[in-house]
Design a protein around this ligand. Sequence first.
Ligand code: SF4
Length: 712
Amino acid sequence: MSTSLETIKTLCPYCGVGCGLEVVETGKEPTLKFPDRFKVRGDRAHPSSQGMVCVKGATIAESIQKDRLLHPMMRDRLGDQFRQVSWDEAFDRITQRIQEVLATKGADALCMYGSGQFQTEDYYTAQKLFKGCLGTNNFDANSRLCMSSAVSGYVKSFGSDGPPCCYEDFDLTDCLFAIGTNTAECHPIIFNRFRKRHKKEAHVKLIVVDPRRTQTAEVADLHLAIQPGTDIDLLNGIAHLLLLWGKSDRAFIENHTNGFTEFQELTQHYTPEFVSRRCGISIEELELAAKYWAESPRVLSIWSMGINQSVQGTAKVQSIINLHLLTGQIGKEGAGAFSLTGQPNAMGGREAGGLAHLLPGYRFATNPDHRAELEAFWQLPKGSISPQVGRTAWDIVRGLESDQVAFLWIAATNPAVSFPDLVRTKAALRRSPFTVYQDAYFPTETSEFAHILLPATQWSEKTGTMTNSERCVTLCQAFQPPLGEAKADWEIFAEVGRRLGFNAQFQFQNSADVYAEFAQITRDRPCEITGITHAKLAELGAIQYPCKDSAPELDQVHNKRLYTDRQFHTSDRRANFAAYHSQGVFEVPDQAYPFILTTGRLYGHWHTQTRTGRIDKIRQMHPHPFIEIHPQDADKLGINDGDLVEVKSRRGASKFPAMVTKAIAPGVVFVPMHWGALWADNAEANALTHAEACPDSKQPELKACAVAIAFF
Ligand code: SF4
């Protein structure tokens, strides 16, 4: 850590683009007009972002000081005032409670819910504590709501997780197929990279598939405003035409894939007439999309929540990958199936095993060899790691409802805004007999449900690594001391581990030690990072993995794209076609609830506004929530722009000012997901959503539910 005027290299802690930042201390005393001692700018040397930042990265320093949780706090009952306590008292209470629960209800009554805001060192230490030492896989993270369908889709199609593409592909592709992603607003810097090429090269096409006319769709060559839930119809319809026109890559299919015959048969059902009807687009639009696919030497598909947050999330991911297998558009420059992660370190979480079915190093809890490898590495008795998949995000709610969860530890995330079906979520959180909430900020909507608050350090105060969407690992360096008594998340987990008697397992002196241990566990795994250390990252800048320590030169181990040799991680090294029919949305509109509500994000805000709600410039940019409604629907209901309307689903109700716009299709309405109870009265998008989830990924369908709209 440095307090001098030198430049510190770090990473933007918001989205999965993972832009490199430089921080310079101004040397000036903070004033009202310039409250920050630090100036933040893009790092031109960072390979992913090349000096670019969006408004979130540019204003991050403004959020460091405001509303910070400075001391451990405790209370006996929800509703009581918190009282400040020492770290010793807080640790004693937590370890005592864990021991009580272990003795009376067993390890599976313990749960932790973490976050893609964790650094990889935090993730790893939490896995070692929960999955190794405590013997429960009940660790899940907000990544479950974000990209777990991409993980399961990659695993099923390629045999392993790991986005196969890199950002350079945005500079090289001939056709960007953006489905279920508003990249211009949600991942703006990589969209800028693509737009540079798109504006310059007339042959480069942008296809956007989205029920809304988003900022991304505004600049598309083709916008397919499909009905929510009909993505698989469209994808199978494009495959149907490519096969009909003889535009498949037969050699690739023959030599490198399984399951083609079944997939080919399935696509016969998806005639242009059928797909046009299902998706609500014209046959000409469908044919143009297929033509762009057929005529582009390099097609890059990107997606995010619009695909992942669905009861068919995994099926949708695999259906996108099908098109790449069909055309051989994989493992080459400018082409591939690229999941854009939401959180800054959702990828690091995947590597460190930070989901309830995973173990560190892209291992699986259900695999006995994987468990044995980790038990030996962690010096724990055989059988320490449970063979059961742990509680996923929504299973934690169910566990609280059925009194099977007796200890809940939430860290660096705000489920009282981000979970689906908030009425039910909050009721479950209220029932929790013991909740530890660890965060940098206070209050948040979730702190209301805590018995113990633990102050965590955040960006600027802790050193550790994050991995962005293109598998690029960056060292985020601390440049100021922790505020108050805050501690790094990994330090808190390690201290609890030691107090529970696992001294040998938690002898880390600093986060570099944690990373060094984690790196060894990735040896010979698809996400190998044995060639990466904190020291190397500090010296050389960001490094992409796989990165082996056996490789002599860093240049030689930079591994921009996966599957360039067309060898996949399945047992026979062949990729798998998947044959899925479209099921549509889970909750179909009816007379009582005639609209489909879809949710999403805005350019300036980040998730539940824990940081961005505290930044004036961003609050001015997006001052209040709203609901987008098509003029036809607004006319029928007598709604004018700005009218306050009530939106009801089978689970709850919220109120939003109407934004009457043709950007949304008739019959569909859109609400941004950023506003919780702290920032607006009764305007929670997730009071309306439901928790039905993809059976493979367990990712809830936050993107679509049936609602009614009333104007009063
Ligand atoms: Fe930060 Fe994402 Fe904006 Fe880059 S694009 S500055 S990572 S929020």
